[in-house]
Design a protein. Structure first.
Length: 435
């Protein structure tokens, strides 16, 4: 992952140094468990810990060995033997490479999920704060990009909060599913290692025991994990796209904060572009691109093959690092979003009250007109306003069919904005579980 879209704490999870440290801990904990069972000398397990606990694993040396042996775990074990000495022969007793690789990946993905969940907490906090700030800030709702009926900007943000709250729950479930340990040996039968070793390593590494691992941890778990990341990415894009639309010059109801000294265009000094949310749209595509390969990794040959391995070496770091950056960027956008209630009001009033057309339609049906006649009556007057010929209420009062069914005072009453917002409190209580 390139540094431009990376944050250090998440990058560190995927560094070679962290990976080899996790590998060592898996092997050392397994050695401890084997020693407790009398499979290897206790002194050997103690020496492994004593010499490896604070050791600096030489990435270049491991790479050098791997170039010769063409096997990453063997290269690591060879280097570990250089550090530990003769007692290293008791390391990896009854284990297979997948025990180390898959358990390590589980640890890394679980740690990555913890960072992502913290990111989501920050975003949810920002959305909740801004939602309450603009709970009663009236704005026009749009369907197909066209003015529909009024809502509030707070309701828009409450919707985003509810969506990301669901995303958080999905990610919590995905974290639980992915955090499993497999120390079951070749083809997963425990023929050369006791299941109690797996249980011990799992406990020490903060994982659950994989019920049946067939030498590799089943990849449906990983598919669910990356699918959850993909949904989060899509929710990021949904909110980012909303902000991009609201920042359009013709709309300008909200915009990204434009800092002092910031430049919008190399050619046009007047520009203030939604570059952060445009960037988020692009980053969401990268995260989602990991979903299909993760799904395709589920179907492995028999008890194992390694067709999934190269995929996971790329999508693991790329998807989590990118999503971590994207969530932090979106939280920053929402914390500093500039909102223009006066422009919301101006846009709301642009169509001369047409946003009340449904209310008039319903009133006519209740006054005795058929729905078809009511629709035609409302639409013919609405289209005059659409063409810029005048005010909706004025046309309705002048329409013989409408005025025969509704008095002028009744028509005026239908243009009360509070009618559209009377259940905002209910929406907020449902979303935020307050009140």
């Amino acid at each position: 992952m390139i540094p431009r879209y990376s944050r250090p704490e998440m990058v560190d999870i995927w560094s070679p140094e962290t990976k080899f440290r996790i590998w060592f801990e898996i092997e050392a904990h397994a050695a401890t468990a084997q020693a407790e069972r009398g499979v290897i000398p206790k002194e050997a397990a103690e020496i492994v810990w004593a010499k490896g606990r604070d050791a600096r694993f030489d990435v270049d040396r491991i790479d050098e060995i791997e170039r010769e042996v063409k096997h990453d775990v063997i290269a690591f074990l060879t280097h570990l033997a250089e550090i530990v000495g003769p007692e290293a022969r008791f390391v990896h007793q009854g284990m297979t490479s997948s025990d180390v690789l898959d358990t390590c990946l589980s640890v890394q993905l679980a740690r990555a999920a913890d960072l992502l969940l913290a990111d989501m907490d920050r975003l949810l906090e920002a959305l909740k704060k801004r939602a309450y700030e603009h709970k009663d800030t009236i704005t026009i709702g749009r369907s197909h990009g066209i003015h529909a009926e009024p809502t509030t900007f707070g309701v828009k943000l409450a919707q985003a909060y509810a969506e990301f709250d669901r995303c958080k729950k999905r990610l919590e479930t995905a974290r639980e599913e992915i955090a499993t340990c497999a120390i079951s040996g070749a083809v997963g039968t425990f023929a050369n290692i006791d299941p109690s070793v797996e249980e011990y390593v799992a406990e020490q590494m903060g994982l659950a025991v994989e019920p049946v691992s067939t030498q590799v941890i089943p990849r449906d778990r990983h598919a669910a994990f990356f699918a959850a990341l993909g949904v989060v990415a899509s929710s990021i894009e949904r909110l980012a796209t909303e902000i991009r639309h609201l920042q359009r010059t013709e709309v300008l109801e909200a915009e990204e904060f434009f800092s002092k000294g910031q430049k919008g265009s190399s050619a046009m000094p007047h520009k203030r572009n939604p570059v952060l949310t445009e960037n988020l749209t692009g980053l969401a595509r990268i995260v989602r691109s990991a979903v299909t390969p993760a799904l395709e990794n589920v179907a492995l040959w028999h008890e194992r093959d390694i067709s999934h391995s190269s995929v996971e070496r790329m999508i693991g770091p790329d998807a989590t690092i990118t999503l971590d950056f994207a969530l932090a960027r979106l939280a920053n956008v929402m914390e500093n979003l500039v909102v223009y209630p006066e422009n919301m009001r101006k846009n709301l009033d642009r169509l001369g009250g047409l946003h009340n057309s449904q209310r008039v339609l319903l009133a006519l049906t209740q006054a005795g007109l058929s729905r078809e006649d009511s629709y035609r009556a409302v639409q013919r007057n609405a289209m005059k306003v659409w063409r810029g010929e005048g005010d909706f209420a004025t046309f309705l009062k002048a329409d013989e069919e409408v005025s025969a069914a509704l008095e002028d005072s009744a028509i005026d009453a239908m243009f009360d904005e509070g009618y559209h917002l009377k259940h905002v409190d209910t929406i907020f209580s449902r979303v935020f579980k307050e009140g």
